[in-house]
Structures are given as structure tokens and as C-alpha cells.
Design a protein around this ligand. Structure first.
Ligand SMILES: Nc1ncnc2c1ncn2[C@@H]1O[C@H](COP(=O)(O)OP(=O)(O)OP(=O)(O)O)[C@@H](O)[C@H]1O
Length: 452
């Protein structure tokens, strides 16, 4: 499945003024103290109008509103707010406690008035609504140890609410601030857990598209959990052939954080699920070096920098040869030369390989056909254990968050936890809108029992 981005990307020209660093500076090793001082948040997705694709339809929602379905809908009064955990484009994420069961959840609140902006073109509004429904629908269909779980959704006159599994270890990069950079084995550990989550999503036809530090949380045992599916896309089929005519132009959208974004997306070209592997390369580069390969305030600046490099970013000399090789294979700016991880995930016997692949291999072309999971950087990784969830259940990760009391949200930034949550209770009513009808959802009884 190939997607395109229809963002208003202006004509892009290479200008020296846009570049903030020389290649030499890029290659300099960074002292941990320096890195931690300079580590910053990647840019937050702004609310900006989007143009709906010609043939876009609102995602069909299989589960109706609670009342209509008789599913015992939740209401806001069922939950006591405990602390603010974070902020997003349309509202806050608040740690809440179920008044009846005392269970903790992360409640993502989205303000309807921020979504339905008066004077906005109707298709812009419907595009935003579509994304919100997509997050709810996609999450309700997923069950993976490295993907956040969704338990309930509901709405009232002013807001939409997603009741998510509370991930108490906070953002991975919160811990990185204290450490500066990670060693290669630790980075490979997180890379492997993210890879399993991405592979799982891709197999379900979902492109995540928003891999960035803020969306990588640590659970109580130090395992990585992906959150925020507000930009992910589910395709009708999961084929990856760019030549399929109905594939192109299907999904148009805006990507929020340019630093971790694949060049084809920044250029507004068709893209595939492979864009997630480029983002993983950027994220791991950031873990090891202290910043992503290309930084800049907007798409144009970053794209200028990418275009200056022939193949991909220069990788610091102090990384091992194995890590340089792995990063280089994922950070190829040309989609055709980038490692097609989904395709070459594990070793295949000769007979399993399509005729086409074998011919390519003989020609020793640019495309990498070696199995991803057997790469040298993953030599200490037990893939089977991650994939069946045993590692996440029975072993601790390399960074174990300190949690004396989960209600204290000790691993979240004070910038958020110090915010009064009362403030987050004020929101403008949108009484007469039925655009959000069908949003409410409750996970199955067995699912709820399994995870609580
Ligand atoms: N399940 C969770 N458990 C704990 N904290 C969470 C959870 N989900 C989100 N957070 C915190 O809240 C922050 C914002 O959440 P999220 O990214 O889902 O919101 P968003 O509105 O989609 O943000 P954005 O506009 O950046 O896409 C996260 O970076 C994280 O720190």
C-alpha cells in the first residue's frame, strides 16, 4: 500500500541559511552532560487544516455508542483525576482512578471545540474527526505487549475520552535526559521491541507514521510501549506494491514531527509502511548520539539537509561498525535502497524466496536482502521471547523506572504533573453535534479481565 501526503509543502530549494550545523559538528562525539542539557522535545503536532483526499470516507465504526448497544457506558464522573501526565494537540492526558475499582488509567481527553473549529472548511473538520476515530478503531483492534491498550472510549458535550492502559515509567526520553546517551546494547534492546511492534502493525495493514521519542513509554518493568495512534493509518490491504493504481492517492495527511519523518513523506511523495523503519533509524540514532540525524524547525529546513547528503546522514565514527551498518541501511533516503524490513524480517530458505529476489541478489544491487533479525546489532536479542510476550512478562528491561507509588507519576515531567487538572475540566460545550456519534467503546470482558 502506497500513501501520499498532500500537505502544503512549498517548493523546496537548498539554502545554506537553513542549515544549522556543519557536517564536522555532526560527527563530533557528544559529552553526556552536554547532551542532557540540550535534549529537547521534538516538535508537537500542531492543529492545522488538512485537505481531505478526494475519495476519503469516514472510517466505518463497527461498535455504536454505549446507550444504543447497551454496553454499560462509562461517564466522566466514574473517574477521579489524579495528575496530568502530558499534553497533546487537542487536550491533555490525565492519570485517573476508577472510583469503583480504584484501577488507574491514562485518560486522553480531546476537546470537541478544538476539533470542530468554526469557520474551518467542513472537509478539514471531517479529516480531524476521521483521525480521532481512526485512533480509537485501530487501538481497539490491537493486542500486543509493546502497544498501549485501549479499554474504553466515551464522550460528553465538550470532550472525547480514551481510557488507556496507564504506562507508569513515562517517556523513554525522560530517562535519557538523565543518562545523556545510551550504549549500543541498550539501544538495540529498545530497537528490537519497537521493531516487533512495527512488524505486528504492518502485518495488520497499519502504518504508524508517528514514531518519535514522546510516543515511546516505559512500563513498570522497563519495556517499551508505543502510544498515540492519532496519525496511524489502516489500509484496505497490506500489500506494498507501488504500482497498484488504486493504492496511490488513497491516504493524504499531515505528519507532525519532521525530525523523525521519512524523506518521501517530507517531499509529499507516495510512501509505504517502510517510512516507519526510517523513523526507527532516526530514533535509535537519537538514543546513541543525543539528537536525531537532521534537526530543524520545519519540513523545509530538514529536507534541505537531507538533500545535501547523497546517501543518508553521516554516522558518527565512534559507533561500532555493526551499528553504523544497521543505521545506514535504515536511514537511506531513497526508499528503493532502504532495507525493506518487513520483507526481509527473518532468514528465508532459498526455495521460499521469490524468483525475483534471487535474481536481484545475484546482481548484488543496492537493495539489502539479508535478514533483519539476524543482524549483528541484535545478537543478544531473543526475538521469539519478545514476539510471544514472555520477555515483557518475565524479565526487566535495561532501564527500570523507579515507581514508589504509581499515583505520583514520578517518571513524568513536572511541567505536566504540576499542572492543576481542574483547569483541564473546563471545555466549551458542543451540544448539537452528532459528528462524534458512535465513538463510545468498551473492550470485551475477557480483555478487561486479562489486563486488570
Ligand atoms: N497510556 C499512557 N500512559 C502514560 N502516559 C501517557 C499515555 N498516553 C500518553 N501519555 C503521555 O501523554 C503525552 C501525550 O499523549 P499523546 O501523544 O497520546 O497525545 P496527543 O494528543 O496525541 O499528542 P500529539 O499531539 O503530540 O500527537 C505522551 O507524550 C505521554 O507522556
Amino acid at each position: 500500500m502506497v500513501f501520499t501526503l498532500d500537505e502544503d509543502i512549498e517548493e523546496l530549494c537548498i539554502s545554506d541559511d537553513d542549515c544549522e550545523e556543519t557536517p564536522q559538528q555532526l560527527l563530533q562525539p557528544m559529552v553526556a552532560e552536554h547532551v542532557s542539557k540540550h535534549r529537547r522535545k521534538s516538535s508537537v503536532l500542531e492543529k492545522f487544516p488538512v485537505v481531505a483526499p478526494l475519495n476519503s470516507r469516514r472510517l466505518s465504526i463497527s461498535v455504536g455508542d454505549g446507550q444504543r448497544q447497551g454496553i454499560d457506558p462509562k461517564i466522566l464522573a466514574d473517574f477521579k483525576p489524579v495528575r496530568v501526565l502530558g499534553k497533546g494537540a487537542y487536550g491533555k492526558v490525565v492519570l485517573v482512578k476508577d472510583e469503583r475499582t480504584s484501577k488507574l488509567y491514562a485518560m486522553k481527553q480531546l476537546q470537541k471545540a478544538e476539533i470542530i473549529i468554526e469557520n474551518d472548511a467542513p472537509h478539514d473538520v471531517s479529516k480531524r474527526v476521521e483521525r480521532i476515530f481512526a485512533e480509537r478503531t485501530i487501538l481497539s483492534q490491537l493486542e500486543h505487549p509493546n502497544v498501549v491498550k485501549l479499554f474504553y472510549t466515551f464522550h460528553d458535550n465538550s470532550r472525547l475520552y480514551l481510557l488507556l492502559q496507564y504506562i507508569p515509567g513515562g517517556e523513554l526520553f525522560y530517562h535519557l535526559k538523565e543518562r545523556g546517551t545510551l550504549d549500543e546494547d541498550t539501544a538495540a534492546f529498545y530497537a528490537a521491541e519497537i521493531s516487533c511492534a512495527l512488524k505486528f502493525l504492518h502485518e495488520k495493514g497499519i502504518v504508524y507514521r508517528d514514531l518519535k521519542p514522546e510516543n515511546c513509554l516505559l512500563d513498570a518493568n522497563g519495556h517499551l510501549v508505543l502510544t498515540d495512534f492519532g496519525l496511524s493509518k489502516k489500509s484496505v490491504d497490506d500489500s506494498d506494491s507501488p504500482s497498484s493504481p488504486e493504492d496511490v492517492s488513497v491516504l493524504h495527511s499531515i505528519i507532525g514531527t519532521p525530525e523523525y519523518c521519512a524523506p518521501e513523506i517530507l517531499k509529499g511523495e507516495p510512501y509505504t509502511r517502510n517510512c516507519d523503519w526510517y523513523s526507527l533509524g532516526c530514533l535509535v540514532y537519537d538514543m546513541l548520539v543525543g539528537k536525531p540525524p537532521y534537526t530543524g524547525a520545519n519540513h523545509k529546513v530538514i529536507l534541505n539537509k537531507i538533500q545535501k547528503e547523497k546517501q543518508g546522514p553521516r554516522i558518527p565514527y565512534y559507533l561500532s561498525d555493526g551499528m553504523k551498518d544497521w543505521l545506514g541501511a535504515l536511514l537511506k533516503k531513497d526508499l528503493k535502497k532502504r532495507w525493506d524490513v518487513d520483507r526481509y524480517w527473518a532468514a528465508q530458505s532459498q526455495s521460499q524466496q521469490p524468483q525475483r529476489d534471487r535474481r536481484k541478489k545475484k546482481k548484488a544491487g543496492q537493495e539489502r536482502t539479508s535478514p533483519y533479525t539476524s543482524h549483528f546489532v541484535f545478537r543478544k536479542v531473543n526475538w521469539a521471547k519478545i514476539q510471544d510476550g514472555m520477555q515483557q512478562k518475565s524479565e526487566q528491561g535495561p532501564i527500570v523506572p523507579i515507581i514508589t507509588n504509581p499515583e505520583l507519576a514520578e517518571n513524568f515531567d513536572e511541567e505536566f504533573t504540576s499542572l492543576p487538572f481542574e483547569e483541564s475540566q473546563q471545555a466549551r460545550d458542543i451540544p448539537k453535534s452528532d459528528i462524534f456519534e458512535g465513538f463510545s467503546y468498551k473492550a470485551s470482558g475477557s480483555y478487561l479481565e486479562k489486563y486488570f
